[in-house]
Design a protein around this ligand. Sequence first.
Ligand SMILES: [Zn+2]
Length: 284
Amino acid sequence: MINVLSVDVEEYFHPSEIQPFVDPEQWERLESRIEPQVLDILQLFEEKQTKATFFILGWVAERHPQIVRAIAAAGHEIACHSYSHRLVYSLTPQEFRADTERAVAAISDACGARPVAYRAPSYSITRKSLWALEVLVECGFTHDSSIYPIAHDRYGIPGFERHRHTIQTPSGPIQEFPVATVRFGNGRVAPIGGGGYLRLLPGRYTCAGLRRVNHDEQQPACIYFHPWEIDPSQPRLARTLLARARTYTGLGGMRSKLIRLLDEFQFSTLTSVQPGARTLTASI
Ligand SMILES: [Zn+2]
C-alpha cells in the first residue's frame, strides 16, 4: 500500500495559530527560515528515496522561487497552499478565487508548472465553505486535500468521508483526499495524519493507526507536516499557553518520528496514489 506524504510549505510565522500574534504587515521584516528547512527535508526524502507533494504558499513562492524550483527539480509534486494563508471560510467566493489565482500565478512563475492539487490553510474548507471546491475546479484543480473529517475548534467536518473519493461540484468533479484518521470500534474518529497530532502523539500510535487504515480498511492514508516542525530553534512567536502548546510541543522529536514513518511505510505524491478498494462519489 502506497500512502501520501505531503508538506505544507510556509514560514514559522504563517500558521493560523500564530496569526493573532503577528500582523501580516510584519511578515516582510521577520527572519526567513524556509530555505534551509526545505533543503533539509529534500535531503531527508532523497536519503529515504521517497517522493512527496509540497503544498506551497504563494507568498513564499513569490519571495523564494528557487525553493519551488529545487522541490520540482528533485521530482516532487508542486501543489498550492493558497497565497496569503487566510482561512477559506473567512473569505467570500470572490476573495477566495482571487487569492487562489494569485497563488497559482506565483507558483507557476517560479517553476513553470501549474499546480493541480490544493490544500486550504488550516483545513478551512468546512461545511460553510464547501463552495470553495467548485471555485477550485473552475481554477483548474483536479485534487484537493482541505477537509479534515474530525471535530476541532477551527476546522473539520465530523462524519465526512474519511478516504479518497470523488466530489461532484456544479462545475465538475474533484478528487478529495482527506488527511488520515483512525476509526475505533465504538465509531469514534481520531486524527493521526498530521500537524499537532502527528507531532504530539507517540510514534507507535501513529504507526499503529496507519497500519489500521492500510491493512484493516485497505485504504491509503495521507499524512502532512510543516517545514517549521523540524526546526526546534525557530523564534517562539505564539504567546498564549494553548497556542504555545499546540505549536511548539514535540518539535525536538519530530524528525526522528518522520524517519520512523518513512522507514516503516511507503509514500508517494497525492495525485499518483490510487484510491483503495472502496471508492465513493459525493455531491455538493
Ligand atoms: Zn498552512
